[in-house]
Design a protein around this ligand. Structure first.
Ligand SMILES: C[S@@+](CC[C@H](N)C(=O)[O-])C[C@H]1O[C@@H](n2cnc3c(N)ncnc32)[C@H](O)[C@@H]1O
Length: 204
């Protein structure tokens, strides 16, 4: 199966979006509620309907960028937050994105990409972060019996993936997941230290 923009657009058009929880994910909301700097440059890749972006926008965060290559996904965000800056809605491929952000928020994007792209995801996060930048959000802490997406994983696998590039602040089972995901979701929080050394490590 080709996980192309057409594939994802079709799923939005058909309303075949079982990942869509219809609200900002509670663990991410808790994380956002602890952020005080409303100027932070925040990127949400594979943002879909953008509930996290809408919440950030409502809380007064002004530099929130969403990226999704399925244009159809953004209709909800445009309707629910009509004053969200259009130039901060990026219709495009996360892996081709350029620019600098202080924080990348992850909500069911990582699990939607082919596992062969996971190292590229970590490297692209590094490339897009400013010095001291961070990644935070949710990962599935379980594998699935049926072919993905979603593609799951384990703590050990994620440690192997992230440790070469990031300091792992948190990687643990989430206590405040939505009920259907409780116990199967990990909250992760990574910090990019030694920025120049890490940039030298990744293909530019
Ligand atoms: C499972 S959905 C999650 C959407 C949203 N984060 C949510 O939780 O409702 C995955 C999203 O990632 C987007 N996506 C997949 N690969 C992408 C890529 N390479 N660049 C940008 N968006 C991508 C899809 O279009 C889709 O909207």
């Amino acid at each position: 199966m080709e996980l192309s923009p057409d594939y994802w657009n079709k799923r939005y058009l058909e309303g075949n979006t079982p990942w869509d929880i219809g609200q900002v994910s509670p663990p991410i909301k808790s994380f956002i509620d602890k952020l005080s700097d409303k100027q932070l440059r925040i990127l949400i890749p594979g943002a879909g309907k953008g509930y996290e972006a809408i919440y950030l926008h409502q809380q007064g965060f002004t530099n929130v960028f969403v990226c999704d290559w399925a244009e159809e996904a953004f209709q909800t965000l445009k309707t629910k937050a009509p004053d969200f800056p259009l130039q901060q809605l990026i219709v495009g491929d996360f892996f081709k994105l350029t620019g600098y952000f202080d924080l990348i928020l992850e909500q069911t994007f990582f699990c939607a990409i082919s596992p062969v792209l996971r190292t590229a995801y970590v490297q692209q996060c590094c490339r897009l972060l400013s010095s001291g930048g961070q990644v935070a959000g949710l990962l599935f802490g379980t594998t699935f019996p049926t072919p993905g997406p979603p593609f799951g994983g384990t703590v050990a696998e994620y440690e192997r993936l992230f440790q070469p590039y990031f300091h792992i602040i948190t990687l643990e089972v989430c206590q405040n997941s939505i009920p259907p995901r409780l116990g199967n979701e990990l909250f992760f929080h990574l910090a990019l230290e030694n920025w120049q050394e890490k940039q030298n490590k990744i293909p530019q």
